[in-house]
Write a protein that binds this ligand. Structure first.
Ligand SMILES: Nc1nc2c(ncn2[C@@H]2O[C@H](COP(=O)(O)OP(=O)(O)OP(=O)(O)O)[C@@H](O)[C@H]2O)c(=O)[nH]1
Length: 362
């Protein structure tokens, strides 16, 4: 029983006493080692991954996982975890159910027989897990779920065990998760555009610099697309700024949805977006740009009675072209191509898209 603190019985020999002390010291050291390791981690997914892995390995458990309740405060944490692939370690539990089973305890709940707690066990392990310790995860003074230590040994955890070390583990896991989450949130605020959720221009500069150096090192092409909405000012003027915001979000979502995972979309400024395409030549980028226009320009933003078509021009540039070996020249060249396309589209006698779709006033 390496993970529970051993209490001293009334009559105990000196040897047994020493063995108890050594046992408890071993657990304390293991906890300290886990703590030292997890406190160094900088993002939620790696934190959860490492915490689960170390606790399982060091305390010889079959399975360790997290249950996060469905309170709104957990949405952001779950989003960060899913973006970085740690979702397989998480079970989303119904808050009412979780609180009922654990009685909302901020202390570890030791479960001798896991059967009544099945709903807190991922379905794949429901037959194997016989006993478990549910360690409360408290973030910002609120119970958000639990770190669950599961074992196939029935009765390994008993409600009357001294849970001193488990309590310590719960506190450390909670503080660690809280601080890594706050850090990641801050980073996100600094690198994301608040309206669309896309990464911002500063982040684009960092990514583009990294991708350019990777492209040089591995002799792979790199290209980008510069995108600018057509007649966007009219959308704001006709339907209001809130509608303009929704229009930008629709375009941002569509771009993200249509591109591959390796490609990155950034909100450059106002109604301008940049797409960075690693391992793609300028010809590939031009083709991708055409397909984006084809797919997105059939979409409409439904706003009240109005159906507003989405329209944008774009220009491509690739670093295999002469003189295109730094971010500035790539962006400038793509922007020039964008303005050429904008002129061509304007001369092509396109209908005034936003006027044409204005709601009828009759
Ligand atoms: N709703 C909304 N409008 C914004 C935002 N950022 C910038 N804008 C507006 O976007 C408009 C961009 O104007 P223009 O550059 O003339 O864009 P346009 O009407 O598409 O013109 P062309 O590019 O020539 O087709 C300006 O009116 C800005 O006020 C935003 O976050 N939300």
């Amino acid at each position: 029983m390496p993970e529970a603190f051993q209490q001293y019985p009334d009559h105990i020999s000196l040897d047994a006493l020493l063995e108890h002390a050594r046992h408890n010291e071993r657990i304390a050291r293991t906890l300290f080692e886990i703590e030292t390791e997890i406190m160094r981690l900088r993002d939620c997914a790696t934190f959860v991954d490492c915490l689960v892995d170390r606790v399982r390995e060091r305390f010889h458990l079959e399975e360790v996982w997290l249950v996060l309740t469905d309170i709104e405060a957990n949405d952001n944490l779950l989003e960060l975890l899913s973006e970085n692939g740690a979702l397989s370690l998480i079970l989303r539990g119904e808050t009412r159910d979780y609180l009922h089973l654990t009685q909302g305890s901020h202390k570890p709940v030791l479960v001798k027989d896991a059967q009544p707690y099945r709903r807190l066990i991922p379905s794949a392990w429901r037959e194997t897990i016989k006993s478990m310790a549910i360690l409360p995860l408290v973030m910002d003074d609120r119970l958000v779920g639990g770190l669950i230590l599961g074992t196939s040994k029935a009765g390994r955890y008993q409600p009357d065990m001294d849970a001193f070390f488990l309590e310590q583990l719960a506190v450390k896991a909670s503080i660690g998760l809280d601080s890594v989450h706050a850090r990641e949130q801050l980073k996100r605020l600094a690198t994301r555009d608040a309206l669309t959720g896309l990464r911002n221009r500063r982040e684009m500069e960092t990514v583009l610099r990294k991708e350019l150096s990777r492209s040089r090192r591995y002799h792979m092409p790199l290209s980008l697309l510069f995108i600018d909405c057509d007649g966007f000012k009219q959308v704001n003027d006709h339907y209001g700024h809130e509608c303009g915001d929704a229009y930008l979000c629709l375009l941002a979502d569509s771009l993200q949805h249509l591109l591959r995972a390796d490609d990155s979309v950034f909100r450059f400024a106002g109604d301008e977006f940049v797409v960075v395409l690693p391992n793609q030549t300028v010809a590939d980028a031009t083709y991708i740009g055409e397909r984006l226009q084809e797919h997105i320009e059939v979409q409409h933003l439904e706003w009240g009675n109005a159906s507003i078509p989405v329209a944008f021009s774009l220009g491509a540039a690739g670093n295999e072209q002469p003189g295109m070996n730094d971010s500035r020249s790539l962006l400038r060249h793509a922007e020039q191509n964008l303005y050429e396309q904008k002129r061509r589209r304007a001369n092509a006698d396109l209908p005034d898209r936003h006027q044409a779709s204005a709601p009828s006033t009759s």
